[in-house]
Design a protein around this ligand. Structure first.
Ligand SMILES: Cc1cc2nc3c(=O)[nH]c(=O)nc-3n(C[C@H](O)[C@H](O)[C@H](O)COP(=O)(O)O)c2cc1C
Length: 192
């Protein structure tokens, strides 16, 4: 699928993708996306983001840790989502939709810096990543952090001095058709 270069269209057609083709992402494309994603603003220009790109063995190891996230996430969804959606979400926690690549996002821990500023800066780069990937015909899904397993993720990578924020699954979508994004909630912009 091709998308135009219209940034408005790129923003509005991005959806979370949870089922990927068994197709590798060319390294040059992945490098191009990552190198451009980090052109985001950051508090005090600390550029405090760190992205770890996982493929093959490391990805298999991460998938095992991510599977364990589910026991903590499931109770938070019960009664809020339809049982079918909960079942599909659980499946996604089991195999990350067979994504060929998962990127793990971390922030430097900066003494004296508001954690929310540091985290916010990384998420701005993450949104760049999601939009660039979409523009290049790739699907993505953010994999939320689970507090109880954050240390396990750090241990897996041998990272000690950074905060784990989230993962991003990346690959070619295996959906026949991506449904349009749901309408935006109306009362979210307040004009004064
Ligand atoms: C911080 C954050 C954490 C998320 N965590 C998960 C997750 O753990 N599993 C998942 O399937 N989707 C996750 N998502 C994706 C959201 O469910 C998704 O963005 C939302 O339902 C809107 O759908 P859309 O992205 O297709 O517009 C996360 C999104 C964000 C921004």
């Amino acid at each position: 699928m091709n998308f135009s270069d219209d940034i408005y269209e790129i923003i509005k057609t991005r959806r979370s993708i949870r089922f990927f083709k068994e197709q590798d992402i060319p390294n040059e494309l992945l490098e191009k996306i990552m190198e451009n994603a980090i052109w985001a603003p950051s508090g005090k220009n600390f550029q405090n983001w760190h992205f770890y790109v996982l493929k093959r063995e490391k990805l298999i190891e991460f998938t095992k840790v991510y599977k364990e996230f589910w026991q903590y996430v499931r109770p938070t969804l019960e009664g809020k989502l339809k049982p079918k959606i909960i079942e599909l979400t659980g499946k996604f926690f089991g195999n990350i939709g067979n994504a060929p690549v998962v990127i793990l996002a971390f922030s430097d821990i900066i003494p004296g810096e508001e954690p929310i500023t540091s985290m916010g800066s990384v998420f701005l780069a993450i949104q760049n990543l999601l939009l660039l990937a979409h523009k290049e015909g790739l699907g993505t899904c953010v994999l939320g952090r689970v507090e109880q397993k954050a240390e396990a993720v750090k241990k897996l990578l041998g990272v000690e001095d950074k905060e784990f924020l989230c993962g991003i699954a990346l690959g070619y979508s295996n959906y026949d058709k991506t449904p349009p994004a749901p309408p935006r909630k109306e009362d979210r912009i307040h004009w004064l």
